[in-house]
Design a protein around this ligand. Structure first.
Ligand SMILES: Cc1cc2nc3c(=O)[nH]c(=O)nc-3n(C[C@H](O)[C@H](O)[C@H](O)COP(=O)(O)OP(=O)(O)OC[C@H]3O[C@@H](n4cnc5c(N)ncnc54)[C@H](O)[C@@H]3O)c2cc1C
Length: 326
């Protein structure tokens, strides 16, 4: 039989790295499965709110996360680059709590066994799902203004999404783009008033299209237009643009546990934030994969510490209960 880990951590962002360090310091036999270290803000040139570092790039932070986790080679095994695709509960002992072993299948054919799992696989950008989006990804369609705004120097750009992420993308684009149009599905922009007022003063803001349902990204070799429907009049309109930034939120990377733990209507793992626990005993979660409303590096790391300590407490109890898998 394969080695049984005390804890399998899925994800190597701030949450996964923090969970691994704390699991190691509790002397837990730990496996960290991740595609990479660093998480979503790895693309950021200048992170200014990671406590203790007034300025650090996402890339530098990722290197620090990895070095910190690798400081515990005795306790933490790392499977990378590897993606967890399914978590299954097996050999469950029926008792006061349903204590099980968990099998984690990966895209590399790995089948790992753990007594607990910590879900810290974060989130990814939501896509529009319209014609042309996939075809022009990297050829005018972009999802990260922090990373890609400079590529749109002198270009006409649309930002789809008028929440805070959309407004930040507009601000990132102003120094480069020749003009920026905001395309918002709802009746009003939802971002901060202060940011919005600043944006409205910038002469590069060409238009704010409200009630606008994006229908298609158009082009030949690269993007040349965006078709949308005015949801009030039903009229279809065409914006002549060279690029589109999609800023319509993110999707939780929770697919691997969708049949195992409770998810909310957005697919986020529902947690009891006091104990970082999920609806299944022995599975804990933290960070952007969860329904916690605040998505930040420090929060992900802190909450993952809670998850590691809660997993440790659960393991102590599990040893006493002596379930089938212990
Ligand atoms: C462009 C950008 C800039 C940001 N800037 C800041 C900032 O300045 N300050 C701040 O506090 N927050 C910032 N954030 C938000 C912050 O990045 C997130 O809140 C934080 O990264 C969440 O951490 P996490 O560990 O929960 O998840 P993530 O960062 O999403 O990390 C998840 C990790 O899991 C891996 N993974 C995903 N699925 C699987 C799987 N199935 N199997 C194995 N591994 C998997 C991923 O590769 C990744 O390494 C920014 C976000 C973005 C998108």
């Amino acid at each position: 039989m394969a080695a049984v880990y005390d804890v399998i951590i899925i994800g190597g962002g701030p949450a996964g790295s923090a969970a691994a360090v704390y699991a190691a310091r509790k002397q837990l036999k730990t496996l960290l499965i991740t595609e990479s270290f660093g998480g979503q803000s790895i693309v950021s040139d200048d992170i200014q709110n990671w406590i203790g570092e007034p300025h650090i790039s996402g890339f530098e932070l990722a290197k620090k996360f990895e070095a910190h986790v690798r400081a515990y080679p005795e306790q933490v095994a790392i499977a990378m680059p590897e993606r967890a695709v399914k978590v299954r509960a097996e050999r469950c002992a029926i008792g006061e709590e349903r204590m099980c072993d968990f099998e984690v299948d990966t895209d590399k054919g790995g089948a790992y066994v753990g007594k607990t799992v910590i879900l810290v696989a974060g989130a990814r950008r939501r896509k529009l799902g319209v014609a042309g989006e996939e075809k022009f990804e990297g050829k005018g369609v972009a999802y990260c203004s922090t990373c890609d705004a400079p590529l749109f120097s002198g270009k006409r750009v649309a930002v789809v999404g008028g929440g805070n992420a959309g407004l930040e993308a507009v601000q990132d684009l102003f120094p480069y783009a020749s003009e920026v149009t905001i395309v918002e599905y709802g009746e009003a922009l939802k971002g901060d008033t202060v940011t919005l007022e600043e944006i409205k003063k910038n002469p590069k803001l060409k238009e704010i299209a409200l009630n606008a349902q994006t229908l298609e990204v158009m082009g030949d070799k690269t993007v040349s237009g965006l078709k949308y429907k005015d949801r009030k009049t039903g009229e279809e309109k065409l914006l002549e643009i060279d690029g589109v930034f999609v800023e319509i939120g993110s999707v939780s990377n929770s697919e691997m546990v969708k049949d195992l733990v409770a998810l909310d209507k957005y697919g986020q793992v529902v947690i009891d934030s006091k104990h970082a626990s999920t609806s299944h005993a022995g599975i804990f979660a933290a960070g952007d994969i969860t329904d916690d409303p605040y998505k930040q590096n420090n929060i992900s790391a802190g909450d993952a510490v809670k998850a590691a300590l809660a997993a440790y407490a659960y393991l102590q109890k599990r040893e006493k209960v002596s379930p089938a898998a212990a």
